[in-house]
Design a protein around this ligand. Structure first.
Ligand SMILES: Nc1ncnc2c1ncn2[C@@H]1O[C@H](COP(=O)(O)OP(=O)(O)O)[C@@H](O)[C@H]1O
Ligand SMILES: N[C@@H](CCC(=O)OP(=O)(O)O)C(=O)O
Length: 374
């Protein structure tokens, strides 16, 4: 099993710096704050590690520049603040990394970019190319265009999906606390730090609370969820204190910093991770009990004969959720027929597809290679 001892051998890191840490309670960015992190990341780069940075703080920096004291309420003001602040964020990182002879690249992503297969593959190749060129990508959500339904919302989720995208060896979430505690240390001064546990530890759902500062988003809830997402590519997560002395250097040495969340499954194939990380599905297929058993226990493809109902308007090749009769999601996958044709062939064996539809594309409704169990 992986442990702290294996961390020094990790090569590709995603480091996320959270809003709560960067904003200094709404005062905006201060370059001096970035200096130690950048210095340590540059040292890791020089030692052969690849680093992708996910940085929050655009909205807060935009607010500070416009001298807005309260977080704006309307979406367009928030998006304007993000656009203003992102300039400062990127400029600050560029200056700091340049001082170490390193180039940076700005990458702004929306949830849709990772949900669309072609754009996902493009983002992956671009990031890989940047890493090969020795550049440090600095990623944030593209807040200017992201609408509510299309948002990651918090950068923990974004960082985890980036870790999946590039199959990172380690995800580090730098925050304003020493790590994950058994209760929120802001409210309970006697809270105790959890040093390491597996991502499927049910205790995690009990202890992780939300964010209370008004600057961070999601708190520990989204960090635990991010660790579980990252685990799909076999990537362990460390939630660590951004203000801790030499925090990134110590993590690289395998020292017991923060909270280590350990994956407990074999890494999934990249295509399956993409499916599982898909935050939006186009439709739902309601399966009978036999089909649920076949998917879960036998790892088979989904056949139309086991489908009782079809919901949503989806096209061939889009992602749909497979739910049991109680509505619980069992799996998701890329469907081989559009919603209208799926409705016509549901409950039927593939031998009848041609007479019903006038053509036969695939015998399976979802092939097992394009299906991931949840
Ligand atoms: N069990 C817990 N352990 C540590 N912090 C917790 C816990 N539950 C809730 N929190 C809160 O999570 C906050 C960090 O999350 P957040 O504000 O979203 O930061 P960031 O911007 O770094 O993502 C902490 O300031 C803390 O108040
Ligand atoms: N994209 C937003 C950050 C979202 C956010 O606050 O996330 P987090 O750092 O996880 O609390 C920004 O740059 O302001």
């Amino acid at each position: 099993m992986m442990s702290r001892h294996t961390i020094p051998d990790t090569r590709r890191w995603v480091v996320k710096i959270g809003s709560a840490l960067l904003t200094r309670d709404g005062q905006g960015l201060e370059r001096g704050m970035l200096t130690p992190w950048v210095e340590q990341m540059a040292a890791h780069r020089a030692a052969g590690r690849e680093i992708v940075l996910v940085s929050s703080g655009a909205v807060a920096e935009g607010m500070a520049r416009m001298r807005w004291r309260a977080r704006p309420k309307t979406l367009h003001e928030l998006q304007a603040a993000a656009a203003i602040g992102q300039m400062g964020l990127i400029r600050a990182y560029e200056d700091c990394f340049q001082a170490h002879g390193l180039h940076t690249a700005q990458v702004l992503l929306t949830r849709d970019d990772l949900a669309n297969r072609a754009r996902y593959l493009n983002a992956r190749s671009t990031l890989r190319t940047l890493l090969k060129l020795g550049v440090v990508p600095v990623i944030n959500e593209n807040d200017t265009v992201a609408t509510d339904e299309l948002r990651f919302g918090d950068n923990d989720t974004l960082a985890a999906l980036v870790a999946n995208l590039i199959e990172a060896d380690l995800l580090i979430l730098l925050t304003d606390q020493d790590g994950l505690f058994d209760q929120d240390p802001r409210r309970h001064p006697d809270a105790r730090l959890i040093s390491a546990t597996r991502v499927n530890d049910p205790q995690l759902d009990v202890v992780a609370g939300g964010s209370v500062t008004g600057f961070g988003t999601g708190g520990m809830v989204t960090k635990v969820r991010a660790a579980r997402l990252a685990a799909r590519s076999g990537t362990p997560t460390i939630i660590a204190p951004g203000r801790g002395e030499a925090v990134l250097s110590r993590i690289g040495l395998g020292e017991p910093v923060g909270t280590l969340l350990i994956p407990c499954q074999e890494p999934q194939a990249a295509r399956k991770q993409w499916l599982a990380g898909h935050l939006q599905v186009r439709g739902r297929l309601i399966l009978d009990a036999g089909a649920v058993r076949a998917l879960r226990d036998k790892g088979t493809s989904l056949l139309a004969v086991g489908v009782k109902g079809v919901q949503g308007a989806f096209n061939r090749g889009e992602v749909v959720a497979c739910v049991d009769e109680a509505g619980q999601e069992v799996a998701r996958g890329l469907v081989n027929y559009d919603a209208e044709d799926t409705n016509r062939i549901k409950g039927q064996s593939s031998a009848r597809f041609e007479s019903i539809l006038g053509y036969l594309d695939d015998e399976e409704l979802i092939h097992r290679d394009n299906l991931v169990l949840l």
